[in-house]
Design a protein around this ligand. Sequence first.
Ligand SMILES: Cc1cc2nc3c(=O)[nH]c(=O)nc-3n(C[C@H](O)[C@H](O)[C@H](O)COP(=O)(O)OP(=O)(O)OC[C@H]3O[C@@H](n4cnc5c(N)ncnc54)[C@H](O)[C@@H]3O)c2cc1C
Length: 445
Amino acid sequence: MSKIAVIGAGISGLTTAYLLKKKNHTVTVFEKSYRCGGYIGSHNKNNFTVEIGANGFLNNEPRTLELINLLGLTDQLIESKTESKIRYLYFNQKLRKVPTNPKDLISSDLITFTSKLKLLMEMLFPPKPYTSDDNPTIFELFKKHFGEEIAENIARTALIGIYGGDAKKLLAKDTIPKIFKIISEHKSILKGLKNQFQTNKPATLMSFKGGMQTLIDRLQSELRAQIRLSTEVASISNENSKVELLISDENNEEETISFDHVIITTPFEAALDLMSEVIDETNLKKLSRYLAAPIRSLSIAFSKKIPFHGFGVLISPAENKNILGFLHQSDIFGNRAPADKSLVTVMMGGDFKPEIMSTSTQNSLELAVKDLTDILGPLPNIEQTWIWNHTPGISQYTHESQELFQIFSSKLHEHSKNIHLNMQSQGGVSINDCIRKSFEISQKI
Ligand SMILES: Cc1cc2nc3c(=O)[nH]c(=O)nc-3n(C[C@H](O)[C@H](O)[C@H](O)COP(=O)(O)OP(=O)(O)OC[C@H]3O[C@@H](n4cnc5c(N)ncnc54)[C@H](O)[C@@H]3O)c2cc1C
């Protein structure tokens, strides 16, 4: 059995450590923050349940359901409400409902008649599939299949909801691999999706009765003695087939501990710092501004119901609003807010407006309320607010970041076979992706 260090106690680090512990390895998790969870966590106050970052996960990843089952949390799961199927995009100064079936699409004002014809043409005469050398952005892919209007108004706006990033920079192969696979199998995206919906029930958004914190709390209690909070790993080095970690605790006391294997689950920027002794960073650092999109999430509890029904709204970058969009939490899961009140989470920043991260809380609240009022009309009184900054934020799979990741991982591999990466910088950013990758890495060791 090996002695293993896991750096970072977000969902990736906790899941990896839990699975390795189950295989009887001796595991220690180092987390620089005072709390576990990274971008996941919930707060409960005055009958509001507020998510710090991630809101839920889709029930289409078997590994996530397996983990929940192993942890005995299946009876804590909740499904999103039917209201949450109602979603909106905002462009040309108007809220536009996203159709949920082909009949609604025909009468929808989401796209023009010309674009509706393009959808039909894509099914009948799909464009030539990509070769293995092609590496289009999401915008280029959607433009090729459905024309510029759909690429700009739909793909570019919808992508903000997951990546806070720009479809004109994000690579399709890395960011939406399932769509890329559909094209290689069916040529037509629409035909492939239709096929999938006929064989599989569409996935449902899930969470836990007590919020996403439930998952973190259970993992933390399984690992309790093995987690060292407020302990930052300062550097990693290789010594005689062992890996040495220099750690620093909350009192700035330093210690060096050696392990058989080390698994890095931190954001990419932190991993670059950790390996600075062995990897020449000069070239890599130049590219590092392309790595992630920071997000400021601002949750607002209103004293009455707001004039809106549905999951939420994503706003087209062309609108030049201060906010990227918002989630209407009280319509997504039950018991997130008292029945006569609304809870809304506004997302700000992203790749489009990273400068918002340095504005004051009061200023961003004013900007958010102004945008919400423009879109929804007059709002009830605000009862409470919660604000969180997520930096570095959501990994962006762009040409630059993928090049950087490749240089980094191949140099790391040359340097040591016992240092492993399990980071959101590759293989997907969703909770499902993080859990799937954690299963993969724990099986490899
Ligand atoms: C605002 C927001 C909303 C999101 N919403 C969703 C959603 O609804 N559904 C979904 O599926 N996904 C969502 N995501 C994505 C998902 O939450 C993240 O990709 C995922 O939680 C990342 O987990 P992780 O463990 O890989 O990384 P992180 O959560 O970043 O954890 C890494 C940990 O490493 C620690 N660390 C860093 N450096 C060091 C060091 N030197 N020493 C020790 N510890 C260190 C950090 O403190 C952190 O705790 C969202 C992300 C954000 C930002």
